[in-house]
Design a binder for this molecule. Structure first.
Ligand SMILES: [Zn+2]
Length: 272
């Protein structure tokens, strides 16, 4: 089965759990590392002859447009990850539209191919922000890949949402992050922190089950997860585990994942 591989292209300091740990100079004072680690990821994908969807953060594209050029030259799909990496749950509809338009404008300046997809910062398409889907349609987007169909996470999730790809509105396809239902409990197995925390064998078992249930895997990672040498931001212990745990194992695990499963872009998986 063809599965969907996605990358949220942002810097090592963009995650919302890191923001309180940054000094008042904020993002502008930090060194940029995304180009180097994205190139590393592109080499890994090339080795496995795998294509992926790269959801670009507008703020970063503005500073490193080469990212889009190199990702597209390697044959991958470009999507949108917002401009300033603000959760939709923290924005008004007007603020969201402004952020989206800014991200689209900067991305379209450098991208050659058509842009279809959106991934919300911190997966924040929730029951409270379903209004944002109409805004995505208004600006020409065809699919959203932001819904985590689970209930336990404090920042994201729609507990009773469909596990398969479906039409979330008449004109918007939803490509939810992969979750397996085990005895009525929804267990995420779709990448990011889950990929770093679970032993690889568990990830493989859950993803195999996803395919056996007839669903393509929808997997995600970030370039900074392939950068174990990134500077550490001082944050509370629990968040440290979420953000920095097993960074040194991601490259090895990703190579195994790409050997064990067949991946492509979201656009191809949903037939756009
Ligand atoms: Zn993000």
């Amino acid at each position: 089965m063809k599965n969907a591989l996605s990358v949220d292209v942002e810097e090592w300091f963009c995650g919302h759990i890191l923001q309180k740990g940054l000094d008042e100079k904020g993002w502008e004072a930090q060194g940029l590392r995304a180009l180097k680690v994205t190139r590393k990821l592109l080499r890994i994908l090339e080795r496995h002859k795998t294509k992926a969807t790269f959801f670009m953060l507008g703020w970063l594209v503005e500073r490193i447009p080469e990212l889009i050029i190199e990702i597209e030259e390697a044959g991958h799909e470009i999507g949108i990850h917002g401009y300033a990496h603000v959760s939709i749950t923290e924005m008004t509809p007007e603020e969201f539209e402004e952020d989206l338009v800014k991200a689209l404008n900067i991305t379209k300046t450098f991208a050659k191919s058509k842009i279809y997809g959106f991934r919300a910062p911190h997966f924040t398409i929730t029951k409270k922000t379903l209004w944002a889907l109409e805004t995505l349609t208004k600006h020409g987007l065809k699919y959203d890949s932001s819904v985590f169909p689970l209930s336990f996470h404090p920042d994201y999730g729609i507990d009773d949402s469909n596990l398969s790809i479906y039409k979330i509105t008449p004109r918007m396809i939803e490509v939810p992050l992969s979750v397996i239902d085990i005895l009525g409990k929804r267990v995420p197995c779709s990448g990011g922190g889950y990929f770093r925390v679970y032993p690889y064998g568990l990830t493989k078992y859950l993803l195999t089950r996803c395919n056996r249930e007839g669903r393509p895997i929808v997997f995600y990672l970030h370039p900074w997860e392939l950068d174990p040498d990134q500077p550490r931001i001082h944050i509370p212990f629990y968040n440290k585990i979420r953000h920095y745990y097993n960074l040194d194992k991601v490259e090895y695990r990703l190579n195994r994942l790409l050997e064990d499963f067949s991946f492509s872009t979201i656009k191809e998986v949903i037939g756009l």
